[in-house]
Design a protein around this ligand. Structure first.
Ligand SMILES: Cc1cc2nc3c(=O)[nH]c(=O)nc-3n(C[C@H](O)[C@H](O)[C@H](O)COP(=O)(O)OP(=O)(O)OC[C@H]3O[C@@H](n4cnc5c(N)ncnc54)[C@H](O)[C@@H]3O)c2cc1C
Length: 285
């Protein structure tokens, strides 16, 4: 393995320029995945652009509109522990809390996780359910993409060559509940299937966003499922129909964790369980 050039820029603009100028360069965030891949000769970047020296990529900031910006270098442990991510945004905190184990949660970052876009990872469905936007930088500037459009295919995102994730924008939290349920072979493993749900409750009723992880190249969602659950939240038949709609929209494969058939079978059950827990959480408020 050749030794790649190592860069530690101090600004997003310098990082973008380095990534654009150097063919085969990759950015390094927590290193939990990239370093393991390099050790196993599964990745041989020509250059490494570390994002660790860029202050604006660190931490979670509250925005003037009451929403939040999570910098790309924010570790999973920080997101899991931030009590400001409440109400509908608790879905993201709940997902972060269930990633791997404390070592990985202290090392991995939200930018590295969604930039890599493992379809079994925990953030992608949670960001879709939270109605988040992903900020992408390149040498010409920045743009924002809705989370539901950011995840494009297996390990493929809306980031083009030379682009990288600089942060995630969350809308203001709404009163209600946010839950993430993950079915895994053992605690801390990637998901066989997962369900992320945000339930906003006000005087007009309940508004639901739901997404499924681990069951296709990107998070699975269905307008029909959101509409059914929003119209009759807590109704068992509506939850079953929403689960079937999501299973029909899924595109799972057989892998070491489970068969595609098993995944289609568990989606409605996981949806029903998540809806029941969200309903209980709303009633307890
Ligand atoms: C043992 C183990 C168990 C794990 N279990 C889970 C789990 O249960 N659930 C889960 O969701 N995840 C899991 N992960 C993944 C982990 O949570 C990290 O999110 C992941 O390793 C990538 O984050 P990182 O910051 O370490 O990225 P890095 O390893 O630094 O980078 C990973 C990839 O993303 C690219 N990249 C890095 N930063 C950016 C950026 N800002 N924009 C665009 N691309 C970028 C890199 O070039 C590289 O290709 C696990 C990882 C390990 C090692």
């Amino acid at each position: 393995m050749s030794v790649p050039g190592f860069h530690r820029p101090k600004s997003v603009e310098d990082a973008a320029r380095l990534l654009a100028e150097t063919d085969g360069a990759r950015c390094l965030s927590g290193g939990a995945t990239l370093v393991a891949m390099m050790n196993a000769s599964l990745a041989e970047p020509k250059a490494i652009v570390s994002l660790a020296g860029i202050p604006e990529l660190a931490g979670i900031a509250e925005l003037a509109n009451g929403g939040f910006r999570i910098g790309a270098m924010t570790r999973h442990a920080a997101t899991a522990g931030d009590a400001r991510l409440a109400g509908t945004l608790a879905v993201l905190r709940d997902a972060a809390r269930q990633i791997a184990n404390p070592v990985v949660r202290n090392m991995g970052t939200i930018g590295g996780s969604i930039g890599f876009a493992d379809p079994a990872a925990d953030y992608p469905p949670a960001l879709v359910a939270a109605n988040a936007e992903v900020e992408i930088a390149n040498a010409a500037g920045r743009r924002r993409v809705a989370a539901r459009d950011f995840f494009v295919d297996w390990y493929t995102t809306a980031c083009g060559p030379g682009e990288f994730v600089t942060g995630v924008y969350l809308p203001p939290p709404r009163p209600g509940a946010g839950l993430y349920k993950k079915l895994a072979r053992v605690s801390g493993d990637f998901a066989i299937a997962s369900v992320a749900l945000s339930a906003a409750k006000d005087a007009n009723g309940v508004s639901i966003r739901i997404a499924v992880g681990g069951c296709g190249p990107r998070p699975i969602r269905a307008d029909a499922a959101d509409a059914l659950l929003s119209a009759k939240f807590g109704d068992a038949a509506a939850a079953a129909a929403a689960g079937e709609a999501l299973a029909a929209a899924a595109d799972p494969v057989d892998d070491v964790r489970a068969s595609a058939e098993y995944r289609r079978l568990v989606i409605p059950r996981l949806v029903a369980e998540t809806v029941a827990h969200a309903r209980a959480a709303l009633e307890a408020r």
